[in-house]
Design a protein around this ligand. Structure first.
Ligand code: PFF
Length: 449
């Protein structure tokens, strides 16, 4: 059996940022963020979300980078290397499990983007009113196996890129396409806020009603923050292990958090003004994005052209995220079990498709995999985003703050003293005290709820 011992690394600084941002920016920003915000009272949620991202996002991300680069290992191996023969590798195993779980339901929605590319190319939204577009979205869910087929296609696509390795795959694709997504969101945002009645959407998004901040909102915002930044399950430990020794980890973390939050905000600015203008309820959930966006294009000059590009870019944003999910699992299987990368990819993709099929089929009306409004899809999402990711994040900051300790942390973020890193002390303080406390409080309040 050939053992793949040589570790790939990212070729350039922009390569790391775009690969990590590629993982972070995805359906979480454009699809999940508006859903959560709509369900949780609008601007109040946004406020808590921003606090989570700034206060917890950067420290947790930096912790993951430090653990990954210091150990030069996958998410399980990292803990085994840094503290041999301890129980800490459980955090890594949890991450691998979470990777499978997220990839399984995430690939469902990723598959929809392929269906919507087809709809866009065949000009199928043209001239249709909201009720028709909404009905077609429901009809599509009810074609359960069509969903599974698209899901399988998406998993295959992800497998293909991961198969080709870190440098040739992930870096090359992410670098060009994420900035393009940003541009198209700006264009869409301008159209959205100039629609009649758009102002109400902006008020919903930006004028907080503090009475809406409940335990549910806190838990939702925490889960969304971790989900959107790809934190808590070792994606960024794995990517951190590919970062070169002379790269600046702190500035990389800042850039990724900034880019991810900007795209989420832009998505909000695109969706809510348009949703209010067309009469889509902010609590419409899955339909919020998939029904509102085609309606915007129907009101736009060159709408056909932009609609095709948008759904292609959305699919690519999803792809750079699924690549990172699969990469965690593949790096774990190849390095811990000495199985060739190719086989590890095939095994991981097959298991994901098997589990993911239940997620897709659970969204059909009268599905045997759903009960009283609870779907397998929704439960996988809740379990991974609102429980496993924050729990993983909690253990990661406790590990960094208390086990790895200050001197190793400082050594890694300053590249052995070569960089000044003026924020290192305050970030370490947050990692050691504030972040564990904040995650714990939100987490427990959520469990009690
Ligand atoms: N951050 C991705 C998104 O916002 O779409 C989803 C994701 C990727 C979550 C990787 C978690 C993860 F480890």
């Amino acid at each position: 059996m050939e053992i793949n011992n040589k570790r790939d690394s990212f070729g350039s600084k922009i390569g790391i940022i775009s690969a990590a941002a590629g993982s972070a920016i995805g359906l979480g920003n454009i699809y999940r963020f508006p859903c959560e915000l709509g369900d949780n009272g609008g601007a109040a949620f946004l406020l808590v979300y921003l606090a989570v991202v700034i206060l917890l996002g950067i420290p947790v991300m930096l912790s993951e980078f430090v653990i990954g680069r210091r150990s030069q290992s996958n998410t399980v191996g990292a803990f085994q290397k840094l503290v041999p023969k301890s129980g800490w590798s459980i955090v890594g195993y949890m991450g691998v499990l979470c990777g499978f779980l997220i990839f399984s339901f995430y690939s469902t929605v990723s598959g929809w983007t392929l269906e919507y590319i087809l709809k866009a190319i065949t000009n199928s939204f043209r001239g249709k009113d909201l009720a028709t577009i909404e009905q077609e979205f429901i009809d599509f869910h009810n074609m359960g196996w069509r969903n599974v087929l698209w899901q399988a296609a998406f998993i295959f696509l992800t497998g293909y890129v991961v198969f080709k390795g870190v440098k040739d795959g992930i870096e090359k694709y992410a670098k060009i396409l994420m900035p393009l997504l940003f541009v198209i969101l700006i264009i869409l945002g301008i159209r959205s806020i100039t629609l009649p009645g758009a102002k109400e959407g902006l008020v919903f998004l930006f004028k907080p009603d503090f009475s809406k901040i409940t335990g549910d909102v806190l838990v939702g915002a925490l889960g969304q923050g971790f989900f959107s930044l790809s934190l808590g399950m070792g994606v960024l430990i794995t990517y951190g292990s590919y970062i070169k020794k002379n790269d600046n980890l702190t500035s990389t973390a800042f850039s990724v958090v900034f880019a991810d939050t900007l795209i989420a905000l832009l998505a909000g600015i695109v969706i809510f003004p348009a949703a209010f203008s067309f009469g889509v309820k902010p609590t419409a959930g899955m339909g919020l994005v998939f029904n509102t966006i085609p309606m915007i294009f129907n009101q736009m000059h060159s709408g056909y052209f932009f609609c095709v590009i948008f759904f292609v870019l959305l699919a690519i944003a999803a792809l750079t995220s699924t690549i990172s999910l699969l990469e965690v699992v593949v790096a774990f299987i190849t390095e811990q079990h000495h199985i060739k990368r190719e086989w590890a990819t095939v095994i991981a993709c097959c298991i994901t498709l098997l589990v993911g099929t239940f997620a897709s089929l659970s969204l059909m009306e009268n599905s045997p995999f759903a009960k009283d409004g609870y779907t397998v899809f929704g439960m996988m999402d809740f379990l991974s985003s609102n429980i496993l990711l924050p729990l993983g994040g909690l253990l990661i900051v406790i590990f960094t703050g208390w086990k790895l300790g200050k001197s190793q942390f400082f050594d890694e973020v300053t590249n052995g003293g070569a960089l000044k890193s003026p924020l290192k002390a305050i970030i370490f303080f947050i990692i050691r005290y504030l972040a564990p406390l904040a995650i714990l409080v939100v987490f427990i309040s959520g469990l009690i709820n």
